[in-house]
Ligand binder design. Sequence first.
Ligand code: SOE
Length: 395
Amino acid sequence: MTEHTPTLSVGMIGYAFMGAVHSQAWRTAPHFFDLPLRPRMTAVCGRDARRVAEAAATLGWEESETDWRRVVERDDIDLVDICTPGDTHAEIAIAALAAGKHVLCEKPLANSVEEAEAMAEAAQEAAGRGVRAMVGFTYRRVPAIALARRLVAEGRLGEIRHVRAQYLQDWLADPEIPLSWRLDKAKAGSGALGDIGAHVVDLTQHILGDPIREVSGQLDTFVKERPLAERTRGLSATVADTATVERGPVTVDDAAAFIARFAGGALGVFEATRFATGRKNAIRIEVNGSQGSLAFDFEDMNVLHFHDATIDDLEGGFRRIVVTEPGHPWVGAWWPPGHGLGYEHGFTHQVVDLVQAIADGVDPSPTFADGLQVQRVLAAVETSSDTRAWQAVSA
Ligand code: SOE
């Protein structure tokens, strides 16, 4: 970047957990990567004027707004970054694309297949006008995941037979944790399934380069009522006194388990839960092919385990690849080998690739069409859980 590098002016809607990590990415990306456009953190938007002004100051935004429509309308905004609950994604994204703004939208893309279809259609139409849309499946940009995808694409695993994927958290295991928007179907669309299961659906399809075609699953809600929160922010919520406070219903799943058939024939076993005590953000993926296997766990995110089954058994076994070499995707921009990356780096890489795609005039990946495909898998799991039968993923 030079002083002549054109700017990309960003307006972000929402400023809680995802807003904070997106802000970090917009702030950091130009300091570590040579971007073709210079991100400008123009405005952050939230409904509470005092809190959003505080967030602007803390997170590094120039101004704050209290109505997302105003952000979408502003002539000095080029890109709208949507970090709000799922019930608002479709309306904001479609309005922003119609107004000629590029869009980055948090996952899952929407709360229903119908909304996601409308968003994908709007994105396709906007692409014809040079306006770009990306859905934030950020873990695709963990270097070890990118390496896993590369090894599969190069045929190093041979024919893929098994995919084992789990997204395990435990922040809801305590039944006294109060209600927050992620537990409200009207706001979140679904529970563990859409919030974290969506990530492993996207990741496995991305690593294999192969979509899921059929599922059979079960959803469960272990704690059906929780204290009403006094105040929520991100994943945390506060409550006055859990013994006396009023309770409200949990309207989403606490956990989802399903088996899946990929188009290419691989058999998948999936689990998503916020009740796996002791597991904080464990995204575990194992792929077994005729010529080798891969294993990844986000709790050790700089490492990819690779077993090359073509090597003599006497010297075979899983090899621990430390994915911190400058030749690994994105890593060269950061620290010397072995110094490692963290949760936030995936978000920075997401911004870097989005800015590059906008400058190159191409669609960034994952597109809204990719987000729609994930949404269809989630919907099929829900239907299968209701009907207790295998369910095809609609095309
Ligand atoms: C909560 O479960 C959450 O913040 C998800 O919403 C994110 O997508 C995931 O990256 C971390 O956990």
